[in-house]
Design a protein around this ligand. Structure first.
Ligand code: ZN
Length: 320
C-alpha cells in the first residue's frame, strides 16, 4: 500500500523531526483523527487513534527532551605522540593531528560546531566526566599508545556512546581499546606502509556522510595500505570501500549503532601523509560529525521488571 507508507512517512516527519538546524518553531503536530476520515476498523484508523492517544508523550517542540539546540560539541582526541617524537610527522602536522582535524571541522562547519581537543598526556587523558558529559561527538585518533588509555576512561566513553554520544574512529584507532570494546572483536587487519595510491569507492551514494562527494570514487595519492580481512562485526552500513595499488581492498567507511549512539569508522589518516588536509577527507569527517550527533528519544540501557501491565491482560483471567 504505497499511499499508506507515504502517509506514515509524513506523520513521522511532522511529529518526530528533531533537526537542530532548522530555525524557528515547528508547526504543532496535526490532529490526524480530525484531518482524515477512515473506517473504524481499518488498520490505518486503529494506528491513527493509537497515535493520537500517545500524542501526549510527543514533545511539540523543535527538539526532543534532552536534545541540544546549540552547536554540536565536538572533542577531538589524539594520543599526540608521533608529532612530538618524529620530525617528519611534526613537519606535516605542526599543531598535531588533532589541531589539523579541529581546523578542518571549524572551516567546514563554522558555527554549527564547537570543537575542542584532548590528548593522552592530560589528566584523565583530557576526558574527565565533565568533558565527556559535555561532548556530543568524540573523534578518536591513536596508534602507538592504545594500551596507555585507562580502562576507567574507556568505560566512561563506552557508557557515553550507549547514551547517545557520537564516535568517529579514525585510521589506526581501529586497534583502540574503545573501538575493540564497542565492536567485541579484535578489529585487526592487514597493513603495508609503502605510500601507495588508495582509491575509495562510494558504495552508498545516498548516505548523508557522503553528501558533497562528487563522482563514484576519490583518490588519496599516498597512503598506508589497510587490507581485509578487517575483523569487525558486519557494519550496519558500508559506505566506502578502498582499493590499493598493491591489490588489497578494505572496508574504509563503516557505521555501527550501539545503544543510542552512532559510530563511524573512517580509515584514512596515516601520520606520515597529509591526508587530513585533503578536501574529501575533511568533508567526510564533517559530515560524520553531523550524522553521529545525538538524536532520538529516551534511552535507559538497563532492564526492569514490569510487574503491573499498562493494560489488563485477559489471558490472566480474574486474579482478584
Ligand atoms: Zn597508520
Amino acid at each position: 500500500m504505497p499511499e499508506t507508507i507515504g502517509f506514515f512517512g509524513v506523520g513521522k516527519l511532522m511529529v518526530g523531526t528533531t533537526d537542530r538546524h532548522v530555525g524557528g518553531k515547528q508547526n504543532p503536530a496535526p490532529d490526524w483523527t480530525r484531518s482524515f476520515r477512515f473506517s473504524d476498523h481499518s488498520r490505518l484508523g486503529r494506528y491513527l487513534r493509537g497515535m493520537s492517544r500517545k500524542s501526549e508523550h510527543v514533545e511539540d517542540t523543535e527538539m526532543g527532551e534532552g536534545e541540544m539546540q546549540g552547536p554540536v560539541r565536538v572533542t577531538v582526541w589524539n594520543e599526540f605522540i608521533h608529532e612530538r617524537a618524529k620530525p617528519e610527522v611534526k613537519a606535516i602536522y605542526p599543531d598535531g593531528i588533532h589541531g589539523a582535524i579541529q581546523t578542518g571541522l571549524v572551516d567546514r562547519l563554522g558555527e554549527r560546531v564547537v570543537v575542542t581537543t584532548a590528548t593522552l598526556d592530560q589528566p584523565e587523558h583530557g576526558l574527565s566526566e565533565t568533558v565527556v558529559g559535555s561532548t556530543d561527538v568524540l573523534i578518536w585518533w591513536g596508534h602507538a599508545a592504545h594500551e596507555e588509555v585507562s580502562d576507567e576512561v574507556v568505560e566512561r566513553i563506552q557508557n557515553a556512546v550507549l547514551g547517545g554520544m557520537g564516535l568517529l574512529v579514525l585510521h589506526s584507532g581501529h586497534e583502540s581499546k574503545i573501538f575493540r570494546r564497542l565492536m567485541g572483536t579484535t578489529c585487526m587487519l592487514r597493513w603495508r606502509d609503502d605510500g601507495e595510491q588508495e582509491r575509495l569507492w562510494v558504495v552508498d551514494p545516498g548516505h548523508p556522510i557522503l553528501e558533497g562527494i562528487d563522482g563514484e570514487y576519490f583518490e588519496i595519492p599516498q597512503a598506508e595500505m589497510y587490507g581485509e580481512h578487517f575483523d569487525i562485526p558486519s557494519p550496519d552500513e558500508l559506505i566506502l570501500i578502498s582499493w590499493f595499488e598493491g591489490g588489497e581492498v578494505f572496508r574504509s567507511g563503516c557505521t555501527f549503532r550501539r545503544g543510542k549512539g552512532k559510530i563511524f569508522y573512517f580509515r584514512p589518516g596515516h601520520e606520515t601523509f597529509p591526508i587530513y588536509y585533503q578536501p574529501e577527507v575533511q568533508k567526510i569527517m564533517a559530515n560524520g560529525v553531523m550524522w553521529s550527533s545525538p538524536s532520538g528519544g529516551d534511552y535507559e540501557g538497563r532492564g526492569r521488571q514490569v510487574a503491573t501491565p499498562l493494560n489488563s491482560i485477559r489471558s490472566f483471567g480474574d486474579r482478584s
